[in-house]
Design a protein around this ligand. Structure first.
Ligand code: NAD
Ligand code: ZN
Length: 379
């Protein structure tokens, strides 16, 4: 029996207040409206960005909220005006969108869509500002337009990438955020040349995906920097050649890297969310040609401080959301890279838990254990 046009009752993990374990609740999910799609989520995984907004120490606390943005699922029904997706399509919801009409979407260089670019404070749908989730008539906020910690969610069509239906959703779900972000930050933004050196700050899943991008680009040396030394063993499998723990030195880590490399690295990619690491990632690149790319999500009051002479000395500072990929146009091809074995994803998935144990995924991330924990919705 079709559920199209009807309210669906299903389970969702609701964050009622900051830092408290999520609770699995029965929620009502309204049908998709104009330009919206309702998706049955099959697999979702946890990214550090979810943890920041759940913990809400450095971000605006907006609760009750359904978090989650890295996921894979199947279209259940579509709203008015949706022509390029239909029930049964396999999709990845994406935290930033592509309207295909604005100056950014028409530019080859940008993925900062005017209509659908990431907005961490938006709690309703663009159409009417309202939530499609409720419990006993009380609205529950959306997160990043995706809210994938729910068996069903409603997403704007511009935030949905339609992918090869043969791609295993339990694996390619990690391309919905982390792996595309890190890989794209290196190959699309830092763009190391063959034989160059690359420093990666933060060896979580995003950083190791950035390292994978460096390896594929033919980097000669990949220097991994992390405060958690238990990250180093794992990172060896991702082609990281040198390891630096800032805690082992009594001088700024950028100085250590400049010394190690005889003047600085050619490229650096910051994947930590720490403002200190962002500054170090910029200051450790070689003058004249070095490029640093920021990926980590900062706290809302952070400010980047460096001496302007670093810029005069021809070091370049960049930043990127989602590895500069346009979600609808580019992600299907990244999925094909996995299908053709040009890109490995399985090694990023270190844990799997049933939906009922979603809080375990938070515990693992807070303990700095593993890379990606995939949450199976069907159990
Ligand atoms: P993670 O927690 O798995 O990994 C982060 C790593 O950084 C950890 O190993 C931690 O020990 C290390 N770290 C923290 N502070 C450090 C410091 N000062 N110096 C060196 N290492 C440090 O997180 P993740 O899921 O891999 O995400 C990484 C970052 O990327 C987060 O900030 C996340 O919010 C951000 N992110 C950004 C985008 C984007 O589009 N720009 C997309 C996804 C995630
Ligand atoms: Zn656009």
């Amino acid at each position: 029996m079709s559920t199209a046009g009807q309210v669906i009752r299903c389970k969702a993990a609701v964050a009622w207040e900051s830092g408290k374990p999520l609770s699995i609740e029965e929620v009502e999910v309204a049908p998709p409206q104009k330009d919206e799609v309702r998706i049955k989520i099959l697999f979702t995984s946890l990214c550090h960005t979810d943890v920041y907004f759940w913990d809400a120490k450095g971000q605006n606390p907006l609760f009750p909220r359904i978090l989650g943005h890295e996921a894979g699922g199947i279209v259940e029904s579509v709203g008015e005006g949706v022509t390029d997706l239909k029930p049964g399509d396999h999709v990845l919801p994406i935290f930033t969108g592509e309207c295909k009409e604005c100056p950014h979407c028409l530019s080859e260089e940008s993925n900062m869509c005017d209509l659908l670019r990431i907005n961490t404070d938006r709690v309703g749908m663009i159409n009417d500002g309202k939530s499609r989730f409720s419990i006993n008539g009380k609205p529950i906020y959306h997160f990043l337009g995706t809210s994938t910690f729910s068996e069903y969610t409603v997403v704007h069509v511009g935030q949905v990438a339609k992918i090869n239906p043969h791609a295993p959703l339990d694996k390619v779900c990690v391309l919905s955020c982390g792996m595309s972000t890190g890989f794209g930050a290196t190959v699309n933004v830092a763009k190391p040349k063959k034989g160059q050196s690359v420093a990666i700050f933060g060896l979580g899943a995003v950083g190791l995906a950035a390292a994978e991008g460096a390896r594929v680009s033919g980097a000669s040396r990949i220097i991994g920097i992390d405060l958690n030394p238990s990250r180093f063993e794992q990172a060896k499998k991702f082609g990281v050649t040198d390891f630096v723990n800032p805690k082992d030195y009594n001088k700024p880590v950028q100085e250590v890297i400049v010394e190690m490399t005889g003047g600085g690295v050619d490229r650096s990619v910051e994947c930590t969310g720490s403002i200190q690491a962002m500054i170090s990632a910029f200051e450790c690149v070689h003058d004249g040609w070095g490029v640093a790319v920021l990926v980590g999500v900062p706290n809302k009051d952070d400010a980047f401080k460096t001496h302007p002479v670093n810029l005069l000395n021809e070091k370049t500072l960049k930043g990127t959301f989602f590895g500069n990929y346009k979600p609808r146009s580019d992600i299907p091809a990244v999925v094909e890279k996995y299908m053709n074995k040009e890109l490995e994803l399985d090694k990023f998935i270190t844990h799997t838990v049933p939906f009922s144990e979603i809080n375990k995924a938070f515990e693992l991330m807070l303990a700095g254990e593993g890379l990606r924990c995939v949450i199976r919705m069907d159990t």
